[in-house]
Design a binder for this molecule. Structure first.
Ligand code: SIN
Ligand code: FE
Length: 294
């Protein structure tokens, strides 16, 4: 599979070590907007864990099951205590494995990367109903309405654990600077004081910066515009079960079209912690708007 969005690496273990040439190549590719793709990196499950690949184990209100390595907390399940412990152990093992891989592959991030939530996503994406803003089958860059990142990068590690041979199908869109050139001229500027109101009303967990405002506007406008969705240069990528990938989802325009049962680890990284802060969405937007945004 020759795909312009992918940088492929053939590894088979989450405990791999890498030489400097590979580390450099992968760091450049990731920061340059590629998806690091590991076609043979699978995450093995025990027979007990396999029994939990079932959306019925989820509480009806949840979109996925989430785990926080910092508190050991698990959210979004509706099942027996025993099942909950099996699920916790599975997600925790993935959290630790993905951190190990990241530290070995991109040691540059080790001192400033923040490990955020880990999720298990057992719901089939195809045919899922949602408002256009929440519809991840439309191309977008990630931005969180209630959780301002203040310029920090959003990086995610995924592994497809589907037991039925079903791939996770994504689309990857145009480079971030092209997204900005097309979409940013149409977005509104932040209205002074509104960010304080949003925080007061607990709509946001902390103060939304101008950076968060523009990223959210770009996210929404990309998803709203069906003509953009259909006509923008894009390619389809199929991630088969037993494969894994790492991507800056705030930089790479992506859409998840179909698939079921993926594990995902989110990391935050201060833009200053990258090898090339000038490639960050923050730097690109600050150049475009010609002002400081955090
Ligand atoms: C997304 O970030 O848009 C969803 C990715 C996925 O669950 O495959
Ligand atoms: Fe996304």
């Amino acid at each position: 599979m020759e795909k312009r969005s992918l940088e492929e690496l053939d590894i088979r273990s989450w405990d791999e070590t890498f030489d400097a040439a590979v580390q450099n190549k992968m760091t450049e590719a990731l920061e340059g907007g590629k998806i690091l793709y590991f076609p043979s990196l699978s995450f093995s499950l025990s027979p007990q864990e396999l029994l939990l690949l079932d959306p019925e184990k989820m509480s009806p209100k949840s979109k996925n099951i989430s785990f926080d390595l910092r508190s050991n907390g698990l959210q979004g399940m509706q099942c027996t205590q025993e099942e909950e412990e099996v699920m916790r152990a599975m997600i925790k093992r993935f959290a630790i494995s993905s951190r190990k891989l990241l530290d070995a592959l991109i040691p540059h991030y080790q001192s400033s990367v923040i490990q955020a939530k880990t999720s298990f996503r057992p719901v089939e994406i195809f045919g899922r109903k949602s408002s256009y803003r929440k519809d991840d089958t439309r191309l977008h860059v990630d931005s969180f309405p209630s959780n301002p990142v203040k310029g920090q990068r959003i990086m995610r590690v995924f592994t497809n654990i589907n037991p039925n041979g079903q791939p996770r199908v994504w689309r990857a869109g145009e480079p971030f600077k092209d997204v900005v050139e097309k979409i940013a001229p149409r977005v509104s500027n932040p209205i002074p004081g509104v960010n304080h109101l949003l925080k007061l009303l607990k709509i946001t967990k902390s103060l939304r910066t101008p950076y968060d405002h523009y990223m959210l506007q770009i996210h929404d406008e990309m998803k709203r515009d069906m003509n953009y969705q259909q006509t923008v240069p894009q390619e389809e990528i199929q991630f088969p079960p037993g494969s894994s990938w790492i991507v800056f989802t705030d930089l790479v325009s992506h859409a998840a079209m179909s698939g079921q049962h993926v594990l995902e680890q989110t990391f935050y990284l201060p833009a200053k912690g990258q090898k090339h802060p000038e490639y960050s969405p923050l730097a690109t937007l600050e150049r475009y708007f010609n002002r400081q945004l955090i």
